[in-house]
Design a protein around this ligand. Structure first.
Ligand SMILES: Nc1nc2c(ncn2[C@@H]2O[C@H](COP(=O)(O)OP(=O)(O)OP(=O)(O)O)[C@@H](O)[C@H]2O)c(=O)[nH]1
Length: 352
């Protein structure tokens, strides 16, 4: 019997909508299914790969550019070849796109793959239910992404009231009456849904989305400059990212003041923070999506340098000015006392 094709499932969705959270959920609840991942981040520091590291055996990570136009089919093949080869023990590959990726190009890259061991397993699009209306108003491209999905994960429903959720479901269904819509908190999707879906790759690559790809026109001007990208604008047109690595600890008050008064357009901040405040020397995971700020306490690995590593993404921002403001948030010296300085941070700490 021919060896089963390894399905490649694409996970796309706007900045901060919950792709890494969903991926981590799948990795933790893999039910014995061996998952290989391709993680792509827009910044030069790949925070996403740091967030899934330790949970996954096989990972290929790409930073500093959007998979959808930073690589061509042969480069995508190189990545897939590292996970899917005759001796591979991987059952399924999940590709997490950057939050600015153009799913259509990602699908094209997988469908164009010459790797004989893989099959296209479908496109999952995550949607931040709380930010959906604002985001689609600012980025009409997001509607097209929902239309292309084989499964829509309407995430963060804990942040909205039931009526708002019903409205969001109705909008998604109107955009795409073909794909199931799952309402989730923290990306908690039943993995069987994806992996069962994925098993269909036995019958050859699924081409549901391809039909749409070939017929869909989104009416936008082409602004990418990459002929392979097709005739459309990109979410990452006009976006800038700043990668910040601070050797000196961060001053908690200054960092909170920065986060609460972000430069307009700075939509996404993620990474790890080192505060050298007595009793608070843990590694703090920082996540900001739109107006929401969140810290989680985690631990430093043995020997891990105590640095602050952040990626900041926004539209119309001045990257040098952002980097400068962050530099100003670094503390001149370690705070041996003054735990009260952490009060502002504590307002945003959530336990996992
Ligand atoms: N309240 C709430 N927060 C969530 C939920 N899902 C994810 N988050 C939080 O949203 C933030 C962003 O989640 P990620 O999974 O990193 O989002 P992402 O799509 O991978 O982000 P990018 O890679 O930057 O595009 C994190 O702080 C998550 O903990 C949810 O269902 N409810």
């Amino acid at each position: 019997m021919a060896k089963r094709l390894i399905p490649v499932i694409l996970v796309a969705g706007f900045l901060g909508s919950g792709k890494t959270t969903l991926l981590n959920h799948l990795l933790r609840n893999n039910r014995g299914v061996r998952i290989g991942v391709v993680v792509n981040d827009f910044g030069s520091v790949n925070i996403d790969s740091m967030m899934v590291a330790g949970q996954v055996d096989s990972m290929v990570s790409l930073s500093n550019g959007c998979l959808c136009c930073a690589v061509d089919v042969s480069e995508m093949d190189e990545m897939l070849d590292r996970l899917a080869h005759p001796r591979s023990d991987i059952d399924v590959i999940v590709v997490e796109a950057s939050g600015l990726a153009e799913p259509r190009n990602m699908v094209r890259l997988v469908l164009g793959s010459e790797n004989p061991h893989i099959g296209y397993g479908g496109l999952v699009v995550t949607v931040d239910a709380a930010e959906f209306e604002d985001s689609r108003a600012r980025h009409p491209e997001l509607d097209l992404h929902v239309r292309m999905a084989d499964l829509v994960v309407l995430n963060k429903i804990d942040r909205i009231a039931e009526a708002e959720r019903d409205r969001a479901v109705a909008v998604v269904a109107e955009l795409n009456d073909r794909a199931p819509v799952l309402c989730t908190e923290h990306g908690r999707v039943d993995p069987r849904l994806l992996f069962d879906e994925a098993a269909r790759a036995d019958d050859g690559p699924r081409q549901l989305s391809l039909d749409e790809l070939l017929t869909e026109t989104d009416g936008h001007d082409h602004a990418c400059g990459d002929a392979a990208c097709g005739d459309h604008s990109h979410l990452h047109d006009g976006y800038d990212s700043v990668s910040f690595v601070g050797e000196r600890p961060m001053d908690p008050r200054a960092l909170i003041a920065f986060l609460e008064n972000r430069p307009p357009g700075l939509y996404r901040v993620k990474g790890f923070v080192h505060f050298a405040v007595a009793g608070h020397r843990q590694k703090y995971l920082l996540q900001a999506v739109g107006p929401h700020i969140r810290f989680e306490r985690t631990g430093w690995a043995r020997g891990e340098p105590r640095t602050t590593t952040l990626v900041l993404i926004g539209w119309g921002i001045d990257p040098d000015a952002v980097a400068h403001r962050l530099e100003e948030c670094t503390a001149v010296q370690e705070h041996e006392s003054g735990a009260e300085a952490m009060t502002g941070v504590h307002r945003y700490v959530v336990s996992n």
